[in-house]
Design a protein around this ligand. Structure first.
Ligand code: GDP
Length: 430
């Protein structure tokens, strides 16, 4: 029995969804739990059912018998979930079963309201930070101010006085952006519909996950965004509104009794960033273009092309030091046959100080730094057919070895393609 958090060791889009889908198929997996965030990002999962951009739904949804849980600190947008995401998955493949049998939602999860999306959009237009305009920060700001509605407020404890109070608070925020009041009757009928849609899925996650654990099954906690988007440890203000790191998973999921066995950090063999942020290792544009195209580097939610950067091990080690026990290194197949591969293993600050891997004290130091690279030769041919460490060319082995050595974190998985079988488990010979 194991309780494993799968987190992103970079800025997101590392391939967490692929790894969670892969782990979910293991015989002993009992539950996959999204523990934070909303529908503002997406994991692209490719398996025997097809290819799916998942926005809120946990990546265990394709595996029969697995309970997929939206935990306590998830901001649930019922409109997006029930009217857009689930119908989209079913349209892509009607054989994917999504029902109250395999999708559970915490009674304590935050409900993202239609006004949150309007407020997020208005603010983004005013001072753009690269928000996806999905309403996430207003929903979490309301939760901090205790002016939010939880799932149970719509399914069980309907209180019109409290709903009116929250409605008026949202109106004040809309008005501050020059927007008119939201229609009260429309709001009430939307909330009523949300309650109807949510009710069959509602669960006490503490009890649910304790029961999964008692039955001897494994629990996977799935992070939505990477460490650099963590609201406390990440690149503020270019971060998200929740913690994304492994140690926070059981508490945010709403099951604080569950103890993590380990945290697996997912990183790419290069780096991408959507929106703004401290990323200082840009690839030359002709290489970035090749990498973006081969790696299909377009945001799952926004369709925005991702800037491609060389792997930054100073940044990756910062993430490892926040509790990553082992690594899954993804997408080196995208680097096949490049003229060379750079890996950043130090920063030079404007005053001449050098920061080596393991010495980054604050993300603020990244902004002014110049990267120090170690240059590797690429390999000839395609590593996406490798199924074993011994199938990999020596130059690829050198790259993986350098990642392990510098981060002092063992690589447990190597992914060489989006499909499940394009995964090498280290220490397991085929
Ligand atoms: P996530 O949000 O961390 O799950 O990452 P995304 O889904 O946004 O981005 C990862 C993309 O890379 C998806 O399209 C995956 O199907 C794909 N992918 C995952 N692992 C690999 C890999 O090893 N090689 C290649 N070429 N693609 C991969």
């Amino acid at each position: 029995m194991a309780n494993i958090a799968v987190v992103g060791g970079q800025s997101g889009d590392e391939g967490k969804g692929k790894m969670v889908d892969y782990f979910a198929t293991r015989e002993n997996t009992g539950a996959v739990v999204r523990f934070q965030g909303g529908s503002n990002a997406g994991h692209t999962v490719k398996n025997e059912f097809g290819q799916f951009p998942l926005h809120s739904i946990p990546s265990g949804i394709f595996t029969r018998g697995v309970k997929n849980v939206l935990g306590m600190n998830v901001a649930v947008d019922p409109n997006q979930l029930f009217n857009i995401e689930i119908p989209d998955i079913k349209r892509r493949n009607p054989n994917v079963k999504i029902s109250p049998e395999n999708l559970m939602i915490s009674n304590l999860a935050h409900v993202l309201l239609p006004q949150d999306i309007m407020i997020d959009s208005a603010k983004e237009i005013k001072n753009g930070r690269g928000s996806t305009k999905s309403g996430i920060w207003p929903a979490y700001a309301a939760a901090s101010a205790r002016m939010d509605l939880r799932v149970e407020d719509l399914t069980t404890y309907w209180d019109e006085k409290r709903i009116r109070e929250i409605y008026e608070d949202k109106n004040r925020q809309l008005n501050s952006f020059g927007l008119p009041n939201y229609d009260w009757d429309k709001f009430l009928s939307e909330l009523y519909e949300y309650g109807e849609q949510l009710r069959p899925h509602v669960a006490n996650v503490n009890k649910l996950l304790t029961d999964v654990e008692k039955s001897g099954k494994d629990i996977l906690f799935e992070a939505q965004l990477g460490t650099f988007k963590d609201r406390d440890y990440g690149d503020i203000p270019n971060a998200s509104s929740t913690n994304n790191i492994g140690a926070s998973a059981p508490v945010q999921a709403g099951a604080p009794k569950i103890k993590l066995t380990k945290t697996i950090g997912v990183i790419k063999a290069y780096l991408t960033n959507v929106g703004q942020g401290n990323v200082i290792t840009p690839m030359p544009s002709e290489i970035s273009k090749v990498v973006a195209e081969r790696g299909y580097e377009y945001g799952a939610k926004t369709g925005r092309p991702r800037e491609c950067h060389w792997l930054d091990l100073v940044a990756a080690k910062y993430a490892c030091d926040l509790g990553i026990d082992s690594l899954a290194v993804m997408k080196a197949d995208v680097l096949n046959d490049l003229p060379y591969i750079n890996v950043c293993n130090g920063y030079k600050l404007p005053n001449g100080t050098v920061i080596n891997v393991g010495e980054l004290e604050s993300i603020k130091q990244i902004g002014d730094a110049t990267p120090i690279y170690k240059t590797f030769d690429s390999w000839e041919g395609d590593i996406s057919t490798a199924r074993d460490w011994n199938d990999l060319p020596d130059n690829a082995k050198r790259l993986y070895g350098f990642i392990e050595e510098k981060t002092q974190t063992p690589i447990e998985y190597i992914s060489v393609g989006p499909e499940r079988d394009q995964t090498i488990e280290m220490g397991k010979q085929n």
